[in-house]
Each structure stands twice: as structure tokens, then as C-alpha cells.
Design a protein around this ligand. Structure first.
Ligand code: GBH
Length: 493
């Protein structure tokens, strides 16, 4: 392990070996330069309740749509479920210590709605004290370890009695969010939703995620209710809780950047791709209160309409921009498609856009994160941006012997190159990045793909629940140590 860490090539090592030469600036140097001295910058790793907790039927938890979906044969890889997952429900103390031991000062987690506010047999939703106590314990342990909790209110595990297609989910979500604001004033960073375009498109479009509805246009109804629910929750937070708690609230929007396939003829197609993926949410929330004109034109009556009051409520309904990004693609104009574009992974030059990770959609394209950051900065001008997820799985990792899986140089290269691009966005374009979260702290339940795809900085043996830090965790630890040392040097000077 020592040998492979030396290979990471930190500046101290390099300069002592080649004291006579001009030291080459490494990606790590640039990353440290971009972020040192920012004591409020959040460095963390991320998780989500259904992917890590397990204990799906314990202590008063109601079923979520993911329990129903994964318990239905044929929906997930080898019919795997989140019944046990990483057993975070029981093992959280060691996992919280792990977050701190990797040098992180923040942790992104989500709350399971059906664990904390389950539906009773009488059809009434009531706080479940065991659920409340579980999250209280996790949050307090984080705070005791000087780790800032960054909490997602909804990361896809909807209570099984609810449905994003029905209007009644909107007030239900607002009540749930208010219950969390009231119960956890110690949380200073809230995200209403994680990746609405993923759960609406997969849950109500392709049908590959819960609740498994296949339809061309229902995803837009899902999205419409999500946007209204978001706006209501934010309005409640601002009116009653924000000042007391000194907290922030935002939303996380995922995007794998679309570069024009042909630089001269596909610019408009790329803009359509931005509109249909990012603008769908970000135009209403950060810009106009309403959907992009391109979506209205192309979807007609299949895109629901907001009232004037809803537009007013949506506009400006986020204090920061949460961004998840993993990959990128090319976009080519296509008049035969309703949206006006098609997505490609092979460029005009006939080359694939990047190396493939393990997930079939995940090509390694480090410039994609910079392009997304700059696009959001220039178009939406949020006060701050948090990268709330970024990471990769490694080809073949699940089949490797443990030692080989732990030597995840592929993942180290990924983080090094992506963070170098985040640093460039900050240093060269002034993008106000205030935090970065690696997905994920642990290998975990990768939704319909089950346990075969591993995104963790920490390897999880699902038979023993034993955890092993990978090289990538050690890389973060060294990077963050370097950051702290250089920040102290700056203060001393
Ligand atoms: C995130 O989603 C999730 O927030 C997180 O829970 C998950 O574990 C993590 O990333 C890793 O996957 O139509 O086949 O081309 C990632 C979002 C997944 C959205 C892939 C686009 C395209 C699939 N992206 N998806 S496909």
C-alpha cells in the first residue's frame, strides 16, 4: 500500500526526489491552491437512506416504493433489495467515525420519509419516535465529530401509499419537510430533492426504477408536483425556520453535460439538451419561475402549466445550487425526435468520449464537471454551488479479489482529474463552489443494479458487513491533510 501511495505523487514527495528540477505542478497542487484557506468549504462523502440503511421493516418503518419495487421479482439485478444494504441503521457509529477519519468535515445523508413519518393503520401520518431517535443519534454523532450534516429530504424512497403523479403528494411533502425543519434545527444545510430528473424519468418514464411506471409523458406530471412541493417546502422554511436555525436550503440537479457533437451545427441541439435536463428544473427555480420555452413548444399540452401564484413561488426558491455529475456526452441535432436531439458517446472523430467506468452510462469525461459548473454559474448565477455527488464505479471491481479492489487507481485518477477541473472552474472562471461530496462513502445498493456496482471509497463485504478503506479514501485523506497544512501556513504568513 505504501508503494501505491507514493505513486500518487504528492508535491512533497516529488520535490524531495528531484530537488534540482523545477517542480511540476500536479493536479493536487492546483486543487489545494483553489480551496486552501476556505475554512467553511465542505468536503464530504455522500449516501442515501435506502441505499445504506437496511432495517426496512424495523422499529415502525413503513414500506417505501423501493421496498415494493425491489420485493417484486424481475425488477432488480438478481432481485436484490435494500433490506439489509450496508446495515447503516446499526453500524452508523463506526461509519460516522470513518467519515471523520478520512479527513472530511461534512457528510451527505438522506432521511427515509417512511421511517420518520409513517402512515398509521388509520390512514394518518404520525412521527415515529424510533425513526426520529435514529436520525438524532446520527446527526449528533456527526456534530460531535465536527462533521457537518448535509441532509437530503427526499432521495427516492417515497412512502408506498404516495405517488408523484397525484397532486396530494404536494401537501404531504410540505408537511414532511416542515416536520424535519421543526425536529432538526441542528441541520444547517437542507436539500429538498435529489435528482428529480432521475426519479421522474426512471420511475415514470423508462419504468426501470420504482414505482416502475412506463410512459412517455407522465414524468412531466411527476416533475410538476416535485417542483410545487419544492417551492412549498422552501417557503415554509424561509417563513418559519431559516432565521432561527441560520440554515440554507436548496435542491440537487443532476446533469451529465451535453457537448455539441459537431461544434458548428449542433450548438442549438446542445442547448435543447441543457433545457430538457437542467432547465426543466433550474429555469423555474433559479430564473423565470416557469419551464424553458423550448420545452413548452415541443411538449405542448403534455407539459403541465403553472399558475401565476406558483410561478411567483417557484422563482428564486433556492438558496444554493446542488449539483450531481458523473459523466458527459455528445448531442447531435435530430429533427425526427420530439426533443430535437440525440445523445452519442462517439465523437465526429470516431472516438469514444472517454474511458468507460463499470456503469454502462458512465464515461470518464473530467471536462464535463467544469462545463456544468460554468454553465450554471453564467446562466443561473446562484450564490453558491455545492457538488453534492461525483464519483465512479470501477470496471470489474465486483469480481476482483479484495486487495485488487482496494487498489482503486482508476477511481483515484477519476477524482484527481474531476477535482482538477473543479479547481479550474474556481480559479479561472470564478465559479462559487462551496463544497464537494464524493459518491459514495460506502459501496451500497445501486438501485436496480443491486450490489454489483461499487461506488464506495470504502469496500463493503456484504456477507460480513466488514468495511475496508480503498486507496481513493487514502488519497482524499492525504489531499485534505495537505489542504489543512497549507491553510495553516497561509494563516501563519
Ligand atoms: C446518482 O444517480 C444517484 O443520486 C445515486 O443514488 C446513485 O447511487 C449514483 O448516482 C450512482 O449511480 O438511461 O441507462 O443511460 C446517477 C444519475 C444515472 C442519471 C444514470 C442518468 C442514465 C441511465 N444518473 N442515468 S441510462
Amino acid at each position: 500500500m505504501t508503494a501505491s501511495l507514493a505513486w500518487i505523487g504528492f508535491p512533497l514527495v516529488v520535490s524531495s526526489l528531484t530537488a534540482w528540477a523545477v517542480p511540476q505542478e500536479t493536479p493536487e497542487d492546483r486543487i489545494v491552491k483553489a480551496f486552501r484557506g476556505q475554512s467553511d468549504f465542505l468536503w464530504g462523502s455522500a449516501t442515501a437512506s435506502y441505499q445504506v440503511e437496511g432495517s426496512w421493516d424495523r422499529d415502525g418503518r413503513q414500506e417505501s416504493i423501493w421496498d415494493v419495487f425491489s420485493h417484486t421479482p424481475g425488477n432488480t439485478h438478481e432481485n436484490q433489495t435494500g433490506d439489509v444494504a450496508d446495515d447503516f441503521y446499526n453500524l452508523y457509529p463506526a461509519d460516522v467515525s470513518r467519515v471523520a477519519s478520512y479527513g472530511f468535515n461534512a457528510f451527505r445523508m438522506s432521511i427515509s420519509w417512511s421511517r420518520i413519518l409513517p402512515l398509521g393503520p388509520d390512514g394518518v401520518r404520525r412521527p415515529n419516535i424510533e425513526g426520529v431517535n435514529f436520525y438524532k443519534r446520527v446527526i449528533h454523532l456527526l456534530l460531535d465529530n465536527k462533521v457537518t450534516p448535509f441532509v437530503t429530504i427526499f432521495h427516492w424512497d417515497l412512502p408506498a401509499d404516495l405517488d408523484w403523479l397525484s397532486e396530494s403528494v404536494v401537501p404531504a411533502f410540505a408537511d414532511y419537510a416542515e416536520f424535519l425543519f421543526e425536529t432538526f434545527p441542528e441541520v444547517k444545510h437542507w436539500l429538498t430533492f435529489n435528482e428529480p430528473s432521475s426519479f421522474c424519468a426512471n420511475g415514470y418514464g423508462s419504468g426501470t426504477h420504482a414505482p416502475g411506471v412506463k410512459s412517455k409523458y407522465k414524468q412531466y406530471r411527476c416533475g410538476h408536483h416535485v417542483l410545487k412541493a419544492h417551492a412549498q417546502a422552501v417557503a415554509i422554511y424561509r417563513a418559519k425556520y431559516q432565521q432561527v436555525a441560520h440554515g440554507k436550503i436548496g435542491i440537487t440537479l443532476n446533469y451529465d453535460f451535453g457537448f455539441p457533437w459537431n461544434g458548428s451545427s449542433d450548438q442549438d441541439a446542445a442547448q435543447l439538451h441543457h433545457d430538457f435536463n437542467v432547465g426543466w428544473w433550474a429555469d423555474p427555480i433559479y430564473l423565470t419561475g416557469d419551464y424553458p420555452a423550448s420545452m413548452k413548444d415541443r411538449l405542448g399540452s403534455n407539459l403541465p402549466k403553472f399558475t401565476e401564484a406558483e410561478i411567483a413561488m417557484l422563482k428564486g426558491s433556492s438558496g444554493f445550487y446542488g449539483m450531481n455529475t458523473y459523466s458527459a456526452m455528445y448531442v447531435k441535432a435530430d429533427v425526427s425526435s420530439e426533443k430535437g436531439f440525440t445523445e452519442l458517446r462517439v465523437g465526429v472523430d470516431g472516438k469514444e468520449i472517454g474511458k468507460r467506468a463499470a456503469s454502462p452510462w458512465l464515461y470518464v469525461v473530467p471536462t464535463g464537471i467544469r462545463a456544468y459548473l460554468e454553465y450554471v454559474h453564467f446562466r443561473y448565477q446562484p450564490q453558491s454551488i455545492y457538488v453534492t455527488e461525483n464519483g465512479c464505479d470501477v470496471p470489474g471491481e465486483n469480481e476482483m479479489p479484495l486487495e485488487q479492489a482496494l487498489n482503486d487507481t482508476f477511481r483515484v485518477d477519476f477524482y484527481r482529474a474531476y477535482l482538477d477541473n473543479v479547481a479550474a472552474a474556481v480559479l479561472n472562471s470564478g465559479v462559487p463552489v462551496k463544497g464537494y461530496f464524493a459518491w459514495s462513502l460506502l459501496d451500497n445498493y445501486e438501485w436496480a443494479d443491486g450490489y454489483q456496482l461499487r461506488f464506495g471509497l470504502t469496500y463493503v463485504n456484504y456477507t460480513t458487513q466488514e468495511r475496508y478503506p480503498k486507496l481513493s479514501a487514502k488519497w482524499f485523506k492525504l489531499l485534505l491533510n495537505q489542504m489543512v497544512r497549507q491553510s495553516q501556513l497561509e494563516i501563519a504568513i
